[in-house]
Design a protein around this ligand. Structure first.
Ligand code: NAD
Length: 435
């Protein structure tokens, strides 16, 4: 898609602009970027009003009988931001920091992400406020099933399709799929993606977000006349996204000199054995106790003198407090919302090339789309086909965003939002407002 498809209308009246006082509110951070891009594309004010709000926000109480026999009641959310282009799509996270604002921001980011890579989904997200590390597998299963049944009215292959996110995985997706299927009376694999392959999951899905990060990073390096072969990389977060991004980057020839997770970080200028570190995490759950290299803090990791920094943990790790100290030439946002809106201009001024989250980590949702297509067709693709189509999607999307950023003289982030919002707005214009 090129710039000529950008929607043009009357100049949008924007609300009061983003203030640093709200720097760490993820919905404000998302809205600040949306406002900037809306002004750039002169988005129609009515469409702007639609896109500024989630379509549906659901908060549920989830009673769970704990192993002790006591009943605990957890709070869960499912937010559908926009379904103009297709069913809501977005992960479920289990975390102690989950809030309605965070889930709403993540749902909106999903709308933009699906539109950037041009897959026919809208945006959604779910979360349960809990500490999954203190819960047994049985407690987690009961929590997952009760949460699924509490939000079940909105779920379905044509309405809202969850996937894994922070602290959830294939195991949790299998419980979601089974609970939904039991309710409707037959197996519905397409209600959820990121499932185990034996249950209709796609080959290549587990590695897809990390593989997408590697492809986006390779394209960014190439745009700057550099190559993955000699690039140094630091990766924050060593879960689904971070560990696979590190593995893929290292396989492609980069030197991963630092990795970290919630238990701490490691640095080795000669390069970390990422395969060994990933095997350690598979056995022990975290990097704790893996004592190769020098121990550093997570803040030190973020400000290392490397070619590429991959924040792949949580939101708000690059803020006005440390953005000026970031020395990486390229940031590939594996996580959603790792950079605050107030930190954007600081990075821009310092010439840091930021591959924004809605592009950088879109490999996951791209292969989730492939999984949904395979489930609906009842025909599984080979891993080679999945990876080839992911490569094609990521390269095309990167180049479209980069070209727009170049021609309109805006950051990669603003260009990605412009492209995404134009695509969503075009569909709203065509569909009109149902009354
Ligand atoms: P995960 O739970 O598998 O891994 C999270 C990692 O971050 C873990 O290694 C954890 O120890 C680390 N972490 C947590 N708190 C930290 C802290 N304070 N400092 C440093 N490290 C910390 O989660 P994930 O699925 O890899 O998701 C990571 C990010 O990527 C999230 O923002 C998520 O929304 C985003 N994302 C995930 C996918 C996916 O396919 N799973 C797709 C797109 C985007």
């Amino acid at each position: 898609m090129t710039t000529n498809t950008l929607v043009r209308g009357r100049r949008t009246e924007l609300p009061a602009t983003y203030s640093v006082a709200h720097e760490e509110n993820p919905f404000d951070a998302m809205a600040a970027r949306l406002d900037r891009a809306a002004a750039e594309i002169e988005l129609d004010p009515g469409i702007y009003r639609i896109l500024r709000q989630p379509e549906r926000q659901l908060t549920v109480a989830i009673p769970v009988r704990m192993d002790s026999g006591e009943i605990e009641v957890f709070t869960g959310h499912r937010v559908v931001h926009n379904t103009a282009r297709g069913p809501g799509k977005g992960g479920i996270r289990f975390d102690t920091r989950v809030s309605l604002d965070e889930v709403s921001a993540l749902a909106a980011w999903m709308t933009w992400k699906c539109a950037v890579v041009d897959v026919p989904f809208g945006g959604a997200k779910g979360g349960v406020l809990c500490d999954p590390f203190s819960m047994s597998p049985g407690e987690l299963e009961r929590l997952t099933r009760r949460y699924t049944s509490a939000i079940i009215d909105g779920l379905g292959p044509d309405s809202d399709v969850p996937a894994p996110d922070v602290n959830t995985n294939e195991r949790v997706m299998a419980w979601v799929m089974d609970t939904y299927s039991m309710h409707v009376g037959h197996s519905v694999p397409a209600v959820v993606t990121g499932k185990p392959v034996a249950l209709g999951g796609s080959l290549g899905r587990r590695e897809a977000t990390g593989r997408g990060c590697m492809i986006a990073t390779r394209e960014a390096l190439s745009a700057r006349g550099m190559s993955l072969m000699r690039a140094t990389v630091a990766v924050q977060g060593f879960g689904n996204v971070g560990s696979d991004a590190a593995l893929q980057l290292s396989r492609a020839g980069a030197r991963v000199v630092a990795i970290g997770d919630r238990t701490g970080a490691l640095y080795d200028a000669r390069g970390i054995d990422v395969v060994e570190a990933a095997a350690w995490v598979r056995r022990h759950g975290t990097l704790e106790g893996y004592v190769k290299g020098t121990s550093i803090t997570n803040d030190e990791l973020l400000t290392l003198d490397v070619d590429v920094l991959v924040p792949a943990a949580l939101e708000n790790v690059i803020t006005t407090k440390n953005a000026a100290r970031v020395r990486a030439k390229i940031i590939c946002e594996g996580a959603n919302g790792p950079t605050t809106a107030a930190a954007d201009p600081i990075l821009e001024e310092n010439g840091v090339f930021v591959i924004p989250d809605i592009l950088a980590n879109a490999g996951g949702v791209t292969v989730s789309y492939f999984e949904w297509v395979q489930n609906r067709a009842g025909y599984a693709w080979t891993e080679t086909v999945v990876n080839e189509r992911l490569e094609e999607t990521m390269v095309r999307s990167f180049r479209e965003v980069h070209e727009l950023s170049r021609t309109r003289q805006v950051s990669m982030r603003t260009a990605a939002y412009m492209l995404a919002m134009s695509r969503v707005a075009a569909v709203h214009e065509l569909r009109g407002v149902y009354a």
